[in-house]
Design a protein around this ligand. Sequence first.
Ligand SMILES: C[S@@+](CC[C@H](N)C(=O)[O-])C[C@H]1O[C@@H](n2cnc3c(N)ncnc32)[C@H](O)[C@@H]1O
Length: 284
Amino acid sequence: MGLTALLVAASRAVETHRHDSLAQDAYAEHFVRAAPACTHWPVRIEEVVDGDDNPLWGRFARYFGLRTRVLDDFVLRSTAAGARQVVLLGAGLDTRAFRLDLPSDCVVFEIDRAGVLAFKEQVLTGLSAAAEVKRVPVPVDLRDDWAGALTAVGFDTAAPSVWLAEGLLFYLPGPAETYLVDTVDRLTAAGSALAFEAKLEKDLLAYRDSPIYTATRRLIGIDLLDLFDKGPRPDSAGALTARGWSTSMHSPFEFTRRHGRGPLPEPDDALEGNRWVFARKLAP
Ligand SMILES: C[S@@+](CC[C@H](N)C(=O)[O-])C[C@H]1O[C@@H](n2cnc3c(N)ncnc32)[C@H](O)[C@@H]1O
């Protein structure tokens, strides 16, 4: 089971219980509680001894809360503009099909590894959770022919769609990211949208002592730097622009200022190079 997906779920649980939460995910804490690897993880900031001063459960979790909110808004804007297919690449424990107010004729495709999707299904079934819209899990590795798997379960390439790669690309080898972006372009009609998270820094190890990484390693044993792909990154925003997409790149701190809460820059900050890219496919 993907520990990184559980880290994001625990962060969403913490965010959900905040009095000034940026996003609500009532399912998140149930995933954490159901995973044997997470028995000592908090689901509320009150359970953390140093509270908001904790680099992992304070600042980093708030980062995930902000990211969730910003991408919730992106999906809702895109469906309001006409998209009726939502594709979650590396969906993990994302519950947007259950918790967002999507148009009733929407379909949400969730792509991840079989083990992650099976765990998610087991927890949601145990809660008798009912998705608000049609939901189609697509168990496939993104290094394999996932496009074939997606079209085989009914994804319609002629209709506009909205795609998220949230917390995903830096885990994939560069060629898999290039294939992913090429494939999204190939499978999408004009009017489609894609949001993804990228890292600007050329040398990931430059931030190896960032409190975000050291606390995640020390408190829950996840070495993010070890999990991230170390090879050179493709310029995916540039590739989309060259193919006729309109793209914009944002620092998360912009949204902290917009919402009045979330992480702000710090010295030796692994979040400094993070970017959220929004892309829309224009008519040819
Ligand atoms: C950090 S989690 C993010 C999950 C979700 N997008 C979110 O923000 O809550 C990364 C997810 O990507 C999935 N993932 C990583 N590499 C993958 C691959 N090669 N094929 C399919 N899924 C992959 C993991 O299983 C995990 O669920």
